[in-house]
Design a protein around this ligand. Structure first.
Ligand SMILES: Cc1ncc(COP(=O)(O)O)c(C=O)c1O
Length: 371
């Protein structure tokens, strides 16, 4: 079956290389290779020298034992053998959907969210119903609406917590409620967990609550190294075994060098989270001050998550607004229209503080024409 164009990726592919002040990214300011390796004092030359004699074969197909053990530590009840390395969280989501969704299946997805989570199921011939998040309700996930659309034959509920683009989190008590509803009909729950809330990086994962829960994640957002393309699925043994079959057809491995870097970064998780917490909290304060001083914008503040969904009160289509802003001021945002939502932009405020400050200043200058 055909698949819809991926709104956000299409926008970024076209414009991100043209930005001077890039406020469109949802990664917490990417680290350089040298910064990632030296985060614990390791000399990058020594790090690479230690790999010189390693044969460049496929290495460990599912990810090295060290990788799987480090990832398993992020969960309460997941054995390292049930962690499968993937090509980013994109690859993890694809693997889970490819393995489980068949033509005619019923899937419920939240909306807005990362488009993979509903358009891949549609492309596999599934029927997708949505549970809509509303700004007036603080972009909270409305469980009462899930109750209305879930069916006895619902195969899967797809969620993204914290949510791209709104930056809001499904609270643990709400996730437990969702699990109860899914359990009643035997539905899987896939939660894309790439945005860990920095106020609580150990917030509960669906895989720790439910045997049909699938947690996907990667090193791209919270860990600041999207360039190494490492993600994973965390599941029960039964699901991991099913995924293995499908994984063999779609990827062999992520490569020895990327695996070694991933292990290094995961072993230094606390240091990286500290770096990123400091950056995020300082920048969130700057964003708050700007929103409070800007009469034409409003924001449901993200929950210590690296993406925010700002509302702009301007009398032009938001895509047009974003293109003009880029051309005149060099500032890149993601128009809400890429998520089929007008009047909003995704503003990634976890870039360097200097870029954020200058970018916000320029947006204010650009807004002068609408005052
Ligand atoms: C919710 C969500 N999932 C997955 C991804 C892609 O992650 P990765 O780079 O690990 O493939 C993104 C990137 O924007 C995202 O926002």
């Amino acid at each position: 079956m055909d698949i819809a164009n991926f709104g956000v990726e299409e926008w970024l592919n076209e414009w991100e290389t043209k930005a001077t002040y890039d406020l469109a990214q949802s990664t917490v300011s990417s680290m350089t290779l040298s910064e990632a390796i030296s985060i614990d004092g390791t000399n990058p030359d020594d790090f690479f020298r230690s790999l010189y004699d390693t044969k460049m074969n496929y290495g460990y197909i599912e990810g090295s034992p060290a990788f799987k053990e480090e990832v398993a530590k992020m969960y309460q009840n997941v054995e390292s053998n049930n962690i499968l390395q993937t090509n980013g969280a994109t690859g993890a989501n694809l693997l889970a959907l490819y393995a489980l969704i068949k033509p005619g299946d019923h899937v419920v997805s939240m909306f807005p969210t990362y488009q993979q989570l509903y358009d891949i199921p549609r492309s596999f011939g599934a029927e997708v119903d949505f549970v809509y998040l509303n700004e007036e309700d603080g972009w909270r996930f409305p469980i009462e609406d899930l109750e209305k659309v879930i069916r006895s034959n619902t195969k899967m509920i797809t969620l993204n917590s914290a949510n791209n683009p709104t930056g809001t989190l499904i609270k643990e008590e709400d996730l437990r409620q969702i699990v109860k509803l899914a359990e009643k009909v035997g539905a899987y729950i896939l939660v894309d967990e790439v945005y860990a809330p920095f106020s609580n990086p150990n917030s509960v994962s669906v895989v720790d609550l439910y045997d049909k829960g699938i947690s996907t994640n990667s090193l791209s957002k919270t860990f600041s190294i999207p360039g190494i393309r490492i993600g994973w699925t965390a599941t029960s043994k039964e699901l991991a075994d099913l995924f293995r079959k499908y994984r063999d057809y779609t990827m062999i491995c992520s490569g020895i060098i990327d695996d070694a870097l991933a292990v290094h970064v995961l072993k230094n998780r606390d240091k990286i989270l500290k770096r990123n917490y400091n950056l995020l909290s300082g920048n969130l304060k700057k964003l708050q001050e700007w929103v409070e001083s800007e009469e034409l914008v409003s924001l449901v503040y993200p929950e210590y998550v690296s993406t925010s969904f700002v509302k702009f009160n301007v009398p032009v289509p938001i895509k047009e607004f974003c293109i003009e802003l880029l051309k005149k001021e060099g500032v890149l945002l993601v128009p809400g229209s890429s998520y089929e939502i007008e009047g909003h932009v995704r503003l990634g405020y976890c870039c360097s503080s200097e870029v954020l400050e200058e970018g916000l200043k320029r947006i204010s200058r650009f807004l002068n024409q609408y005052r």
